[in-house]
Design a protein around this ligand. Structure first.
Ligand SMILES: Cc1cc2nc3c(=O)[nH]c(=O)nc-3n(C[C@H](O)[C@H](O)[C@H](O)COP(=O)(O)OP(=O)(O)OC[C@H]3O[C@@H](n4cnc5c(N)ncnc54)[C@H](O)[C@@H]3O)c2cc1C
Length: 299
């Protein structure tokens, strides 16, 4: 099999783009596979992006990173990688709909996806900032607001507790047909947190407010958080035998190596602290480790 590349980077979000950039600048021959739906593209405006005083929209961030990467000889394939295999010679075989190639190292930066409520106009609600996904990122923006949190089980209530740091006005919106435990309901009563069984399909925005109908009437708030969990895109690695934690995040060492020789991971696929800066930092550490490990292998 032809060997034109030192590293395949899988994923064209912040982690993959910075990983590819750093590797290209280390004079590594890089091929980038971009499946095309980065979570970062869903950020209306990030207010914790370093140096962006007026905030940074996700699409602008990605556009700038792609332009920066475009200055280097990195080959980009706009397709999803379907399968990885380890070979006897220590290389990793990468397969996609357009072909296959073998590389000494792979940086997996495939991210994760939010499990979303079924509702029309979801994209508009996200774009307008009415519907939020990441209190670590933007809890600061909802200080003292009326906030509703969409949950489907007890696990989602962790986000309600986390949000208390930012506002006392919290309401739980339980997705129709789902349940929380009696203990969880008791704890919500004790903290004075209303809980409505809702039909999320009927959520609508009206001016600056979001309106959620429920059996007893309508709930109005300033912002909604979705706490339905994440689907981590770690399948390519776990199929090779890499280990993931209970939430699906890949386990990595301090240099971002998975347990599989030649396979590294960075960004949301490997770290539960889902942040752009964490993705950048992880990708930089992984790129440096890949470069040094390849040198140690005489490549
Ligand atoms: C609404 C919202 C607001 C947010 N706000 C902030 C914020 O203000 N600040 C902040 O720091 N973070 C924020 N985040 C989190 C941030 O978007 C993520 O932490 C960041 O995008 C992670 O980067 P990543 O490269 O790991 O993953 P992603 O951005 O998801 O990119 C992963 C890429 O891998 C590709 N891919 C997946 N599988 C394959 C495959 N098999 N083959 C090829 N490609 C594949 C995907 O198509 C995607 O393009 C927010 C997230 C959301 C949803």
């Amino acid at each position: 099999m032809e060997q034109r590349f030192d590293v395949a980077v899988i994923g064209g979000g912040p982690a993959g783009l910075i990983g590819a950039l750093d590797l290209a600048r280390l004079r590594r021959r890089v091929i980038l596979f971009d499946g095309g739906r980065p979570r970062a593209a869903m950020i209306p405006v990030s207010h914790n992006y370093p140096g962006a005083l007026e905030g940074m929209p996700g699409t602008r961030l990605l556009g700038t990173l792609r332009e920066q990467l475009g200055r280097y000889a990195v080959e980009t394939v706009h397709a999803a990688v379907e399968r990885l295999d380890t070979r006897e010679d220590g290389d990793v075989e990468v397969r996609w709909s357009g072909g296959a190639l073998a590389v000494p190292a792979v940086l997996l930066a495939t991210g994760a996806a939010d499990i979303e409520p079924e509702m029309p106009h979801l994209a508009e609600a996200r774009r307008s900032g009415h519907l939020r996904y990441c209190p670590v990122c933007d809890g600061y923006e909802v200080i003292d607001q009326r906030v509703g949190v969409i949950v489907a089980d007890d696990a989602g209530l962790g986000e309600v507790s986390y949000l208390r740091q930012f506002t006392a006005s919290l309401t739980v919106l339980l997705v129709h047909g789902h349940r929380i435990s009696e203990a969880a309901r008791r704890s919500l009563r004790e903290t004075g947190t209303p809980c409505f069984d809702t039909v999320t399909q009927a959520i609508r925005a009206e001016g600056a407010e979001v309106i959620v109908p429920h059996a007893g009437g309508e709930f109005r708030c300033d912002s909604l958080y979705c706490a339905l969990g994440m689907r981590v895109h770690s399948g390519l690695a776990t199929a090779l035998g890499a280990t993931a934690d209970a939430a699906g995040y890949l386990e990595i060492d301090p240099h971002h190596r998975t347990g599989i020789p030649g396979l590294y991971a960075a960004g949301d696929v490997a770290q539960g602290l889902n942040q752009i800066t964490v993705a950048f930092g992880g990708a930089a550490i992984a790129a440096s480790a890949i470069h040094l490990d390849l040198r140690a292998r005489g490549r």
